[in-house]
Structure formats: C-alpha cells, structure tokens
Design a protein around this ligand. Structure first.
Ligand SMILES: C[S@@+](CC[C@H](N)C(=O)[O-])C[C@H]1O[C@@H](n2cnc3c(N)ncnc32)[C@H](O)[C@@H]1O
Length: 302
C-alpha cells in the first residue's frame, strides 16, 4: 500500500525540483502538493483531517495526479486552473483561465469588515470593479448580506465565470462596462478595486505561471496606473461623503505615491501578507478631483 504521506512527499519533491513560481494562492511546494494530491483523490482541501496521511492513496487517482503534476511542472499552470477551484477567505470559487486566480490581499480588509477604514453607516452599496471571477465582491456579500453588492468587469469571459460563481455565492448584480463609467449613482459606500496594475517592466519579467492568466487582467501600462488614474476620478464622482475606495496596486505603489501631492493614499499594513493596498477616503478623493479638474479629459489623462 502506498500512503497519502508517501505520495505527498513524492509530489512535493517533484514540485521543488521544477523551479516553479508560487504566487497564485499557495505559498510553497508543500501547500501546492497538498492541494494537488487531495484534488486528484477527490478529497476536500478543508475537510480532510491529517489522519488520512497514513491511509492508502487510491490507485485510481494516480493517473489524474500524474496529469496534474505534468500540467504544473511542465506547462506551469497555476494550481487553481488545474484543480478548477480557489479559496479566498472562507469561500471556494470556481477558477479557470477566463479570469485571474483569486488571491487578492484586499480579502483581508473585507474579512475585517473594512474596519477601521470604513466609518460610515451600515453600507448599502458596495461595488467590486474589475471583478474577474467575482471573488472579492462575493466575499463582501457573504459578510454584508444586507448591502447591495454589484460586480463589474470589461471582459465578458471573466463575467461568465463570475456568473457561474454567483450560482453558489449570490450577489445583487453584474455589469459589463469600462471601469465605473456605467455607474450613475453618487451613493456608493465602498468600492473594492483590484484593477490591472502591472507596469511594463514587471510585465516583461513575469514568471510563466502568470502568462496563463488573461492579459487584460494584468497589464496596466508603462507605470502600471493607466486604469488607476481613471478609476480614482470615477470613484470621486460616485462615492458618498462617508465612502471609501480600497485599491490594490501591488508593485506600482511608488508610482501611485508620485501621482499627485493632492492624493492621500493610506497604505494598509497587511497581516496576511501582500503589499500595495491603499485606502482612499471619499472626501480626500473629491478634493483631489477638484484640484486636478478630472472632468477635463486632457488634464485627467496626464
Ligand atoms: C487584476 S484582475 C482582478 C480580478 C479580481 N478582482 C480578483 O481580485 O481576482 C483585473 C480585472 O480587471 C478587468 N479589466 C481590465 N480592464 C478593465 C476595464 N477597462 N474596465 C473594467 N474591468 C477591466 C480584467 O478583465 C480583470 O478581470
């Protein structure tokens, strides 16, 4: 009998020798091996106890595990695209190449009920813009069931995945549109945004794993902020005075700091790891928008 433990050690060894990049929700070869070994045997990642380690690994799962390891080590596919699922917080999402693998550190702020950043009344409207497969917005809806949670993305393939995920984790609406241009309200309490923000330098050096993700999900132009500039102006237009924008820009944090003296990003120290997540207060954004005259397309494009 070959045990789960033996199979796990062999899988981890194979992953370690394949020179992989671990940036898609699992931090190490060990964690990825656990996910692949369990998924091939149709065992739950969260409900399987360690007692399984010394039981026999099903022989019928071996061909599936072999194909999983080949996909990971040779094709450099992220684990989520191999197993078809990804966890964010307490929720499990369907994941495939139609959208980015869910892994945003913004989840930490959502799971903390946006505290201490959001100081307004119970949020009535939350928007997850650039929602991809919908994970952040769906996580928000699970914690704020009384709020209207809307998701939007430009990419219809990503929205089709979000729509499938919403069969399990319901939200209040989905819009196909360019950033927040579709939103006519000025009563939004919280905007969650993980837009494409990878700058041109980082795009050139991306590990192979990222090249399986949609190009539209990553590239943010020369300094990474092409979409962020527009998003900031849109957020200023639609947030309530007590509202906040939570914006992930990853490695482009320096460019965002340099964007304007009038912008006041509050950089969040993330306990669960990650970096480049800023909170903006609606009133700061409104003052910045006036100072930049963001309604003037020539100025706002600079
Ligand atoms: C970094 S991914 C984030 C996906 C998701 N929020 C997450 O955290 O997994 C960025 C998303 O922005 C979308 N996007 C790109 N350009 C856009 C635009 N102009 N308007 C709206 N969405 C856009 C992409 O399709 C992609 O789904």
């Amino acid at each position: 009998m070959t045990t789960f433990r033996e199979i796990l050690i062999a899988a981890e060894t194979e992953l370690l020798s394949a020179d992989l990049f671990f940036g898609h929700g699992y931090e190490s070869a060990h964690d990825e091996a656990v996910a692949l070994v369990l998924a091939a045997a149709d065992c739950s990642l969260v409900d399987t106890s360690a007692a399984i380690l010394d039981t026999g690994y099903p022989a019928t799962a071996l061909p599936k595990l072999r194909s999983f390891l080949t996909a990971r080590c040779e094709e450099r596919l992220p684990v989520a695209y191999i197993t078809g699922e990804a966890w964010l917080g307490h929720l499990c999402f369907k994941s495939d190449a139609r959208a980015l693998v869910p892994r945003s550190p913004v989840a930490e702020l959502v799971l903390n009920h946006f505290e201490p950043w959001y100081q307004g009344p119970d949020p009535q409207v939350i928007i997850d813009v650039c929602c991809g497969g919908g994970s952040l917005g769906m996580l928000a809806k699970s914690l704020f069931p009384g709020a209207q949670v809307l998701l939007s993305d430009l990419d219809s393939a990503a929205l089709s995945l979000a729509s499938e995920n919403s069969q399990i984790h319901a939200v209040d609406g989905m819009v196909r549109g360019d950033l927040l241009s579709w939103c006519r309200s000025s009563c939004v309490d919280i905007i969650i945004a993980n837009p494409p923000y990878v700058d041109a330098d980082d795009m050139r050096g991306l590990p192979a794993e990222y090249r399986h993700e949609p190009g539209l999900a990553l590239a943010g132009g020369e300094d990474g902020l092409d979409l962020v500039r527009v998003l900031l102006a849109d957020a200023a237009r639609i947030l309530r005075p007590t509202g906040i924008l939570i914006l992930e820009v990853g490695n482009s944090f320096g460019a965002l700091d340099d964007l304007s003296d009038q912008l006041h990003p509050i950089w969040v120290e993330l306990e669960q790891g990650g970096h480049g997540v800023a909170v903006f207060m609606a009133q700061d954004l409104a003052q910045w928008a006036v100072s930049e005259d963001t309604t003037n397309p020539v100025v706002s494009a600079k």
